[in-house]
Design a protein around this ligand. Sequence first.
Ligand SMILES: Nc1ncnc2c1ncn2[C@@H]1O[C@H](COP(=O)(O)OP(=O)(O)OP(=O)(O)O)[C@@H](O)[C@H]1O
Length: 559
Amino acid sequence: MTWTAKLVSGLCLAAAIVLFGLLGPLLTGDPATIRDVGLTPPGGEHLLGTTLTGQDVLAQLAHATRGSLWIGLLVGVLATVLSGLFGIVGAYAGGVADEVFSLFSNVVLVIPGLPLVIVVAGFVPAERRGTWTIALVLAFTGWAAAARVLRAQTLSLRNRDYVAAARVSGEKTWRVICVEILPNLLPVVASQFVFAVVLAILSEAGLSFLGLGAADSSTLGTMLYYAQNGFALQREAWWWFVPPGLVIALFGGALALVNFGIDEIVNPRLRDRGRRERDVVAVRAQVAPAEPDAVLTVRNLDVVYRTARPVHAVKNVSLTLRRGEVLGLAGESGCGKTTLAYAVNRLHRPPAEVTSGSVALEDVDVLALGPEELRRFRWVRLSMVFQGAMNSLNPVTPIRAQLQDVLRTHRPDLSASGRELRCAEVLRLVGVDPARLGAYPHELSGGMRQRVMIAMALLLDPQVMIMDEPTTALDVLVQREILNEIKRLRDELGFAVVFITHDLPLLLELADRIAVMRDGEVVEHATAEELYLRPRHPYTRELLASFPSLTGERGALLR
Ligand SMILES: Nc1ncnc2c1ncn2[C@@H]1O[C@H](COP(=O)(O)OP(=O)(O)OP(=O)(O)O)[C@@H](O)[C@H]1O
């Protein structure tokens, strides 16, 4: 079922039940009228039959549905307000307020909900136990888990740049919360609300079934309570207890479907979950025989994002990476560079799918590897430095642990001292003092973090390293230092590099050969020198011309 189908069917079902609760009582008459037609089965005058005392089950059901929905709505609103207050306001305010609010939420969270509800509801005398009392008790015991979720979300949002910008520009606190933070939380709040309503209806049914429900209203739980007391099951009067049970189940199911729909709106990736399980289609080309000194051979590769409007991101790409070579992959933003790099590594996720072609790393047919073979292959023979690499480190773990994790996974026989030595060695290789092994990522500069990621990619001596714009976020001096380091390491260790960037002049300096991509296709593939001196494709000439010359006339800088 697609996300829209879930949402629409959930909303239709919930709307039908709400309509029945709203209009049913007006059409079905008094549910309390006693007649001498006890336990009449459904049919004729009484569509859903009668109770032991001859009351019409349909009329009771309509009133009970209205009562349950009303309690569900009250509790949903109250619990959402409480969770918003304690979760969002506390987290945004920070300091003592956050600690006090958070402590209170935690205390409420660990109190066992149902027993507390039963004790509190039982403590209030029956004649004073009205709808509001029950709603307050259920709301009080039901808001804390949602508050924890909202607090976590708010803590992450309050540090975002756009919230900081709003604060710096002098916006008032309530405005920052309502305009900058709340809209981003709305999908989460909506799904928490839906969950609170379902939980309230179920809990109220449980309370009423135990005889602890509201004295002033009839709910689906009350109906079940009377059916139980009237021995409906033993008397085989199924029409007395099945309808209220069914309405509870259908309403719960409808809201669960709505919740799924909301989840998938919040996280569009979920929409594609399960739509396709394969990342590579079955029919694809045989691995072509590689050139003698080729280490990585890509042949006629096609990658398609199977979205509502499919995107053919990589089209018939063929590339050969030779031993110890730096192959540059250049092209404007969105031309498919990252998609190609991910597909070569089998890191692409649905909706991306390799539809044809082959990828071979020496003798390994990469597209044919199973999950366990892939796990053993990646990083050992082919590693990757991701785009924005300096943010790829886990902020709460020291560098040492992150580097050692890779060794623990792929070299389990290495001793603790062996691991330590190897980590220090790779850090030294990339020009970072091994004394920084104990540092957390935030204690390192951007350039150092970038180097640590390169060190991590070098840990297992891979034959090929794919570097996806590894230096874009750095200033030119640090960028140059790192590029020189990559060249030196390549000469020293002999691995081959696929270096992806939109910066063609940088590639002219670094790469042995360059492939220029446009719209998913490789439009030109030549040595760096050839490409610079004799660019053949108009797009390459355009790219070369778009970079300002430092030696031309002043005006040439401002093209
Ligand atoms: N998950 C996705 N669903 C649909 N289309 C996608 C998805 N991810 C990427 N695309 C599309 O695939 C094409 C190639 O994207 P890709 O990220 O590979 O480009 P790129 O050359 O690496 O760009 P950049 O240099 O900006 O990172 C783009 O048109 C992009 O919109």
